[in-house]
Ligand binder design. Structure first.
Ligand SMILES: [Zn+2]
Length: 301
């Protein structure tokens, strides 16, 4: 990975590359901008460059080798555990920061989604930001900087990442995914490649759901279940998906499909209350099939 492989925000690339080459490195940076525009990728590449011993394109110095094996003793990254970054995570990071670098001349600390730090964690980090060891650089990323304490923000040099230009997004999607994003998709992504990829993936999910719903009456139970594979896979998005199914069934205005809605609603609750996700889906499929195929009813399943 090098800056060449990261799209967009060329001015920031130039600025950071120059800072590293001229050894004008500050102790703390805050990378801000909407989610999914590559702040973490950037931060990791800056970290590699800061740690690199030779600044060669080949990336084969001892530091880069350790970096690429994801085993660099002078690099430390923290990310939210669950939905927040907790004070213990910051403390663990601070314990190591006092030890001098081993392989490189510097140590780099990355705090991803730093705005998810609890208040306690932020206050704890403040001590390090106020008096960092001379060899340490701390990079914070954030897509919601209003949640960061002003005292934290004032200690960091802020670098604002802009949305990626539409033509670059288009080109990237063509090369990586062999697809041409629609105008709507480009619009909805707001310059965030991460968001575009997620929307694109979800588009496929909903297409699968539509196909499954269209076939639901025509298939035998086993085939219908096989075609519902997406429901088993998409545990994380299931509430949204079930809501989508409710709306789709509602729009058909067919009595048996309207009747089926109650089973979806029940399943939404059951999933929240149950630890056996697959069983909830099994049960839903059985109920739906019964509803759609009244003539076979329970006896023939
Ligand atoms: Zn290197």
């Amino acid at each position: 990975m090098s800056f060449k492989n990261i799209i967009g925000n060329d001015k920031i690339k130039t600025f950071l590359t120059k800072s590293i080459e001229e050894n004008h490195i500050l102790h703390s940076y805050l990378f801000t901008g909407i989610e999914g525009i590559g702040k973490k990728l950037f931060a990791r590449e800056v970290a590699r460059k800061l740690l690199c011993l030779e600044q060669e394109e080949t990336e084969d110095c001892l530091s880069c080798i350790k970096w690429h094996s994801e085993n660099h003793p002078d690099f430390y990254q923290i990310e939210p555990e669950g939905s927040t970054i907790k004070i213990e995570q910051v403390r663990n990071m601070q314990e190591k920061i006092a030890e001098k670098p081993i392989t490189s001349k510097r140590k780099v600390y990355l705090i991803i989604d730093s705005d998810t730090m609890t208040k306690e964690a932020q206050n704890c980090l403040l001590k390090t930001l106020e008096e960092p060891p001379e060899y340490a650089t701390i990079i914070l990323t954030s897509s919601n900087e209003s949640k960061l304490l002003n005292t934290i923000k004032s200690r960091c040099i802020k670098i604002f990442f802009q949305g990626i230009e539409k033509d670059k997004m288009e080109q990237y999607m063509k090369e990586k995914y062999e697809m041409e994003p629609s105008k709507e998709l480009l619009e909805a992504s707001q310059g965030s490649l991460g968001k575009m990829i997620r929307l694109q993936e979800q588009k496929e999910i909903y297409e699968q759901i539509d196909n499954w719903l269209n076939q639901i009456e025509k298939e035998d139970f086993i085939t219908m279940t096989e075609k519902a594979e997406v429901l088993y896979k998409e545990k994380e998005n299931i509430q949204e998906i079930l809501e989508y199914i409710v709306v789709s069934l509602y729009h058909t205005k067919e009595r048996k499909k309207l009747n089926a809605i109650q089973h979806i609603e029940e399943t939404k609750k059951r999933i929240l209350a149950s630890s056996n996700y697959d069983m909830c889906i099994d049960y839903l499929l059985m109920k739906l099939w019964e509803e759609m195929n009244e003539k076979y009813s329970r006896s023939s399943i």
